[in-house]
Design a protein around this ligand. Structure first.
Ligand code: ADP
Ligand code: MG
Length: 617
């Protein structure tokens, strides 16, 4: 189709690449092209409707908001026409000449990286408008913008490197897409087939989709969130999720709510199975879709849920939002905080229920999203009370299962008034920590906090109900409750022990604030404790994680006066005594997860081994 006034444009490099892949793809489910085109048509109508909230000066203001599909079997063509916002010449060049979809871009990256046949992934990426070239010999898009004075325009491409744009005759507002099907795609030139595809992929598009001459729309149209719960199947809930996110995993769960007071709202919320958006995801950002009476106001609204629930996906629709609301004023409308409160409460309640009813599923949730909740405590202490019942922990006495703080409290020893925790790098190293010696000995439960986020969380969490949270590494954990080590081994005589302490102080110098005997160690030689109860050990760790300038915090080194090794150390002289003292300190740093340079120990450890072996000979 050449027109004398036609202008030729070249596709951008990455568009060419995408087209090349699509044209040669062996993708089985090519029918998704229709889903993409209908989704674009629906977007265009939505945008028109949004425009009309504030501007009546549009072309054809009375035209029905609808999509029409016409099939010509003999000519092997499909025509899709909408009464949406339309495009003028600049827009059509802009929008159809370059890749808009971030899904498409990621698809290209994946195709490049995997180097293999990427076509199996097309359906999941949602490659947008260009997916039509999987089935099209050529495509002609004719469009007339809603602006009354705009000229109609035609865009024509065969999937080659260039496309043509020329003026067109079109009197009505909207966009018409004509597709000449490839020979091997003739199957799509069929009313019945088209209707099936529409029902399968696009049933809930909010505008009527007519096929052929039929007067009844093929799609249900009502948005799923406004449909009564008992009329929706589990499969439909999942479908909707997949359509809006293109996540190929089923969601962990959904929440479908309808309320009238204190605000009217419909909401359909989903918990994804994975925290990380997969690379194909349609959702480019956090946030919920906000509709006002079925009109999309905001694609990524972040004011409907607190930060710590930002992984929740879905739709919120409220009759109470004023209709002339704009994307900007919606933020300042007093309704938003109300919606947020209702939604947050509901989400939290559902999570609590889930935890009660299905611990396995909750564990799956926790593994993926626990870190968000912990962050919530760190970032907004005001929400601590809401979030803490949702927290789960591994503990020294229950390392395999997840325990809530209530579980912990219910298992407390008689008279225990404190919730103990230990912070470290990983489960293995904290379970080995000398701080646990005494707790292990008398079976007191200790929360194991091993994620970087735990240190941040602790900055906002120092109490649960009546119980204070305390680190087992504190020097002066309340004496009365602190389990003491009942050591059977004989202690080093005080005089000898004091001279050993002096030796330690001499060797370690400024690096420790003090060296002293401990009554809390059983099997361990030494431990590091905080010098000052008010110092904030978590903050030091936070600095380390943030990669800020980090100095090994000065601590008190506590020694186990009954330990065999220290008895032997007492009888060791000279250089070997010094390097063992150094190593005792370094090992203590290591188990605390505070050692700045562990490999620096290798040389010393070797010397200690040499000494040990030469003795053994
Ligand atoms: P996306 O829908 O993610 O933006 P697409 O590749 O599907 O990406 O579409 C590219 C762009 O082309 C759209 O953003 C839109 O601006 C424009 N477009 C596509 N189809 C239509 C249509 N039927 N009416 C108006 N504009 C459209
Ligand atoms: Mg699209």
């Amino acid at each position: 189709m050449t027109d004398t006034t036609a202008q030729q444009f070249n596709f951008k490099a990455e568009t060419k690449q995408l087209l090349h892949i699509l044209i040669h793809s062996l993708y089985k489910d090519r029918e998704v092209f229709l889903r993409e085109l209908l989704s674009n048509a629906s977007d265009a109508i939505n945008r028109l409707r949004f425009e009309m909230l504030t501007n009546q000066n549009v072309l054809d203001p009375e035209a029905e908001l609808r999509i029409h599909i016409k099939v010509d079997k003999d000519a092997r063509t499909i025509t899709i026409q909408d009464t949406g916002i339309g495009m003028d010449q600049d827009e059509i060049v802009d929008h159809l000449g370059t890749i808009a979809q971030s899904g498409a871009r990621r698809f290209l990256e994946a195709a490049r990286e995997s180097g293999q046949d990427a076509s199996q992934m097309i359906g999941q990426f949602g490659v947008g408008f260009y997916s039509v070239f999987m089935v099209a010999e050529w495509v002609r898009v004719t469009s007339r913008s809603f602006r009354p004075d705009a000229q109609a325009v035609t865009w024509y491409a065969t999937g080659d490197d260039s496309y043509e744009v020329s003026p067109a005759e079109m009197t009505e507002r909207g966009t018409r897409i004509e597709i000449k099907l490839k020979e091997d795609a003739a199957e799509f030139a069929d009313d019945f087939r088209i209707k099936n595809i529409v029902s399968k992929h696009s049933d809930y598009i909010g505008f009527p989709i007519y096929v052929g001459d039929e007067e009844k729309p093929v799609n249900k149209q009502t948005s799923l969130w406004r449909t009564a719960r008992n009329e929706i199947t589990e499969e439909q809930y999942k479908d909707f999720y997949r359509q809006t996110t293109l996540d190929f995993e089923d969601p962990l769960m959904h929440i479908h709510m309808v309320t009238d007071a204190p605000v009217q709202l419909y909401a359909l919320l989903y918990f994804p199975a994975k925290a990380e958006r997969n690379m194909f995801s349609l959702r480019k950002d956090d946030g919920l879709k906000l509709y006002s009476r079925n009109i999309l106001i905001d694609e990524y609204n972040k004011d409907l849920l607190p930060e710590y629930l930002r992984f929740v996906q879905g739709v919120v629709d409220s009759e109470d939002l004023p209709l002339n609301v704009s994307r900007e004023t919606v933020q300042s409308s007093g309704l938003m905080p109300k919606l947020k409160k209702v939604l947050t409460n509901q989400v939290v309640r559902e999570l609590e229920n889930l935890a009660k009813k299905d611990t396995e599923k909750y564990a799956a949730f926790w593994s993926e999203f626990g870190v968000y909740l912990k962050q919530g405590i760190a970032a907004s202490p005001a929400d601590t009370d809401t979030i803490t019942p949702l927290l789960r922990f591994k503990t020294n006495t229950n390392p395999e299962t997840w325990s809530s703080l209530d579980d912990y409290v219910s298992r407390m020893k008689d008279g225990q008034k404190v919730i103990y925790y230990i912070v470290g790098e990983d489960f293995r190293s904290v379970l080995r920590s000398p701080h646990l010696d005494a707790f292990k000995a008398n079976g007191t439960e200790v929360l194991l906090l091993t994620e970087p986020m735990d240190s941040f969380m602790l900055m906002g969490l120092n109490k649960y109900k009546d119980y204070e949270l305390k680190s087992v590494s504190g020097a002066e954990v309340d004496g009365a409750e602190q389990p003491k080590a009942e050591s059977e081994a004989e202690k080093i005589p005080e005089g000898d022990f004091n001279s050993l302490i002096e030796k330690f102080k001499e060797v370690l110098g400024e690096r420790v604030t003090d060296v002293r005997a401990s009554n809390r160690l059983v099997t361990s030689v030494a431990r590091l404790v905080d010098a000052d109860e008010n110092s904030n050990p978590e903050l030091q760790r936070v600095y380390k994680y943030l990669g800020k300038e980090y100095e090994v915090p000065k601590k008190v080194l506590e020694l186990n006066p009954s330990h065999e090794m220290l008895k032997n150390l007492l009888n060791t002289e000279g250089e070997l005594q010094n390097i063992v003292i150094e190593q005792v300190y370094d090992s203590a740093l290591l188990v605390e997860g505070l050692h700045p340079d562990p490999s620096s120990m290798a040389e010393r450890v070797q010397r200690i081994m040499e000494a040990a072996l030469s003795k053994a000979r």
